[in-house]
Design a protein around this ligand. Sequence first.
Ligand SMILES: Cc1cc2nc3c(=O)[nH]c(=O)nc-3n(C[C@H](O)[C@H](O)[C@H](O)COP(=O)(O)O)c2cc1C
Length: 160
Amino acid sequence: MKTWIVYYSLEGNSEYTAQQIAKEMHAELLPLHPVKAYPTGKVSKLIWGGKSAVMSEAPALEPYQFDKADCARIIFGFPVWASKIAPPLRTFIRNNDLKGIRFAAFACQTAGGSDKAFIQLKSELGIDALDAELVLNDPKTNPDDANLQKIKDFCEKLSF
Ligand SMILES: Cc1cc2nc3c(=O)[nH]c(=O)nc-3n(C[C@H](O)[C@H](O)[C@H](O)COP(=O)(O)O)c2cc1C
C-alpha cells in the first residue's frame, strides 16, 4: 500500500514540495484542481483566496483518481491562506472515507500562520496529531538549500 501526496498549489511552491517528497518516498501525487480556478493576480488572489479560506469553503473539484484500497498514508500539502488550509483540501477530506489511513502534512507559507492551519487540518480530519509536519517558506520562489534537508528529515520521520 502506498503513500499518497494529496495537495493543492496555486503558485507552485506546494507543488514543488510535493514533487520533492514524492522523489524521496516514491509516493503517488494527487494534485487537486478546483472546477473554478482561483485567480493568480497580485490582489485578486488575496481577495478571492482569502475570502474562500476565511469562509471555510469547500469548492467543487475536477475529477481525480484516488484508490483508498492502495493507500496506507496521505501526506496533505497546501499553501497557508489567511492562517488556514487552502479550501480544496476540505473538499477532498469531506468527499472521501479516510478511515484507517494515517496522515502527515506540509504547509507552504511566506511568513506565518501554519500553526493555526495545521490545527484546522487536524480538526477537519478529526484527529489529534499528524505523524509528521513540515513548514517551508516559499520554497520555489525563494530557493534555500536548507529546505531540501527539512524535506529529507520529514520523509525520514515517515519511514518508520
Ligand atoms: C489568499 C492567500 C492568503 C495567504 N495567506 C498567508 C498567510 O496567512 N501567511 C503566510 O505566511 N503566507 C500567506 N500567503 C502566501 C502563501 O501561503 C505562500 O506564498 C505559499 O508558499 C504559496 O504556495 P503555492 O505556491 O503552493 O500556492 C497567502 C497567499 C494567498 C494567495
